[in-house]
Design a protein around this ligand. Structure first.
Ligand SMILES: *Cc1c(COP(=O)(O)O)cnc(C)c1O
Length: 229
């Protein structure tokens, strides 16, 4: 099946309220363009250098392509991430928030962020405590990060066949979102980025507003050419 067919199939199965992030990591600029030609505009990448090379090229002919960074981000990659992306969905520590603000201020760009929260035993990334997320939101609420716009939360469910564990992980993120929204009513924290190729149906049932799908759109990734980012 083509990228276009895959996109059509997934979109027809997604409720209209759920946005699709096409995860194009390890796939070429040409494949991204194929998706753009089929009407997909939002893409996710987890390695900044790979994403920059690819999207600098893609945006020459498709300036409407929108990129979200979804992978763990090192401090020294933030400058480039802020330049190429419209959103950073994997903010997992306070230090990162400071660096995003600093780099976004330099180029006077407003950048959306999601807070990644650790909800399952097997995945390691993300904020570990509700308190830490609250601290980050407090910092933004106090006006210290005027270039950062918090929009919600992101998580990766554990890689397991046990659907109950996957569902519990998504529920946990939704509960966190509800608590944070209540505590910070001036922000719109409605976004829940959860669900990938293998578990997006469960994520949607649990309130996902944004699924991140790679394999089911672009096919299997070829890691043999992987460069260190
Ligand atoms: C790679 C990746 C995805 C997409 O995974 P698939 O299983 O290929 O759909 C989603 N989210 C994150 C954070 C990823 O790194």
């Amino acid at each position: 099946m083509s990228i276009k067919d895959n996109l059509i199939n997934i979109k027809s199965a997604l409720p209209a309220s759920v946005r699709l992030v096409a995860v194009s990591k390890f796939h070429s600029a040409q494949e991204v363009i194929e998706a753009l030609q089929a009407g997909q505009t939002v893409f996710g990448e987890n390695r900044v250098q790979e994403a920059a090379a690819k999207f600098d090229e893609v945006k020459k002919s498709y300036p409407n392509a929108s990129l979200r960074i979804i992978g763990q981000l090192q401090r020294n990659k933030v400058k480039e991430a802020v330049r190429i992306a419209d959103a950073i969905d994997s903010v997992d520590r306070l230090e990162l928030l400071d660096e995003i603000e600093k780099q976004a201020a330099k180029i006077d760009k407003k950048i959306q962020v999601l807070f990644e929260f650790h909800t399952g035993e097997e995945s390691k990334s993300g904020f570990d405590s509700k308190e830490a997320v609250f601290e980050a939101l407090k910092k933004i609420a106090s006006g210290l990060c005027p270039h950062v716009e918090p929009k919600g939360f992101m998580t990766m469910a554990p890689f397991t066949e046990d659907k109950n564990l996957v569902r519990a992980s998504f529920k946990k993120l939704r509960d966190l979102r509800d608590e944070c929204q209540k505590a910070f009513p001036d922000f719109d924290l409605s976004e829940l980025s959860m669900g990938m190729s293998g578990d997006w149906q469960i994520a949607v049932e649990e309130g996902s507003t944004m699924v991140r799908i790679g394999t089911a759109i672009f096919g299997a990734r070829d890691y043999s050419q992987a460069k260190k980012d």
